[in-house]
Design a protein around this ligand. Structure first.
Ligand code: UD1
Length: 430
């Protein structure tokens, strides 16, 4: 185990034993700078999609650097329900054998899918393999309504028939799937993956406009190319896919998780620590690194990872707007806001990808942060990307001294400490 994890695990275990918490609780004793080395794991946003892609192959696939997360468990169980044999030949590896793929039932799928949204990506591969896909009542983390209209419209464009019933959504393709010209209303990551996973075996060429081009999408394209797919990208978010009749399995190491890397970077900043994140990739973190530097963080890019540290002195406030890649990723704003609670002055973070992604600020305010969420954004701020009307803004005033919240946990060690008490301006503005 690496230094950071070992330290956290030991402290958490001791604190947990003292307060009698269950094994699945996490106890954090704050007030200490985090120092040490940690290896970033394979990306959550690639691993699960690559697992689904294995359904398209005629032979087994081997995925390496698979993170131990609940979405991976959900997808493993879903694949198993469809007859894919999922085994782990070595730690962090999954062998996925799709030779005996077979139909499943709504009840099984519903029970297994839980709150994950990944099951929707089974549609294309299942339509190719079985001529039918069943979609459960979709969950996902609570960050807005998270509709699936782009997915369903894309599947219809390929020639699929979408039937909604009280059990869920049944999708069939009695005449097979044909390549299509699709333009997404927004560069959705999931909908782009849906199109890729469907188009690779559809008859003819698919042109996808306004596609998402996140690094995990490019890694999924790499997986599909290894399997035998023909895919190329052009300027202006356009992806072409030429359908092929047959795909084989792949061997692939997942791209490293840039959200995990950004979280460790923010942890180094907020605890005035020094963390080497093994496996972190500069190319995938460029936009984050610019903001990290503007806030006052220091980093050093090395061949095997990136060292992030607090160089001393005061942190500076910033204005940030989340966006699709290559913009500032929506998943980075949460760890960034934690760090911004320690910056001197007022920071503004605009969320433009999801309509409701500041729920976590309540917990930070409980700990002493000063964050006001403006549900309709801030009119005075000019929008760089006037793409959609989802403009929540979080205004973070710092630095504030953060301490453990009084509810739920009996430990009370101080977290990262600085000066003034939180003002009265916390909470939500409509
Ligand atoms: C993925 C990532 C998530 C990341 C997000 C944006 C995974 C497992 N999750 O989620 O970590 O925050 O990309 O980078 O890869 N939308 C529609 N209709 C649709 C689909 C999406 O309106 O049919 C909207 C969503 O409500 C949201 C926006 O498009 O407002 C972006 O969603 P999308 O890019 O699809 O996110 P996910 O693929 O679900």
């Amino acid at each position: 185990m690496d230094t950071v994890t070992a330290g956290l695990a030991k402290d958490a275990q001791k604190a947990g034993e003292r307060v009698g918490l269950k094994a699945d609780s996490i106890v954090i004793e704050g007030g200490k700078p985090l120092r040490g080395r940690i290896e970033v794991r394979g990306a959550k946003n690639l691993a699960t999609k690559a697992m689904v892609a294995s359904l398209l192959g005629d032979t087994p696939s081997l995925l390496q650097d698979v993170p131990e997360i609940s979405d991976v468990d959900v997808v493993s169980r879903m694949l198993d329900a469809y007859g894919v044999a999922v085994t782990s030949p070595a730690p962090g590896e999954l062998l996925l054998d799709p030779v005996n793929v077979a139909r499943s039932h709504f009840e099984t799928i519903d029970a297994l899918a839980g709150s994950s949204r990944i099951p929707i990506l089974f549609c294309g591969p299942l339509l190719h393999r079985l001529g039918e896909a069943l979609i459960p009542d979709l969950g996902g983390c609570r960050i807005g309504d998270r509709p699936i209209d782009f997915h369903m419209d894309a599947l219809r464009a390929f020639g699929a028939i979408v039937d909604k019933s009280y059990e869920g959504i049944r999708i069939t393709a009695p005449d097979g799937l044909r390549g299509a010209n699709i333009e997404l209303p927004f560069p959705s990551v999931g909908a782009t993956e849906q199109v890729l996973l469907t188009a690779v075996k559809a008859k003819g060429v698919t042109e996808l406009k306004n596609a998402a081009i996140e690094p995990e999408i490019m890694d999924l394209i790499a997986v599909l190319q290894k399997m035998g797919a023909i895919i190329w990208t052009e300027a202006n978010r356009t992806i072409f896919i030429e359908g092929v009749d047959q795909l084989s399995g792949y061997t692939h190491r997942a791209i490293s998780d840039r959200n995990e890397a950004a979280s460790w970077a923010a942890a180094a900043l907020v605890t005035r620590g020094d963390i080497f994140v093994g496996g972190a990739k500069q190319q995938d973190l460029m936009t984050f690194l610019n903001v990290f530097r503007k806030v006052g963080g220091a980093f050093d890019v090395r061949e095997d990872g990136i060292r992030f540290w607090h160089p001393g002195g005061a942190l500076k406030p910033v204005q940030v707007e989340t966006d699709v890649h290559p913009g500032f990723m929506t998943d980075w704003q949460q760890p960034l806001i934690v760090a911004l609670t320690q910056a001197e002055g007022v920071s503004v973070v605009h969320e433009t990808v999801y309509e409701n992604r500041f729920g976590f600020t309540d917990a930070l305010n409980d700990m002493g942060a000063d964050i006001v969420v403006h549900r309709d954004g801030l009119e005075s701020v000019t929008r760089r990307v006037p793409r959609r009307k989802l403009e929540q803004a979080a205004v973070v005033t710092g630095p504030t001294r953060c301490t453990a919240p009084r509810c739920g946990c009996r430990t009370s060690a101080a977290a990262s400490a600085t000066s003034s008490p939180p003002s009265q301006r916390r909470g939500v503005r409509a």
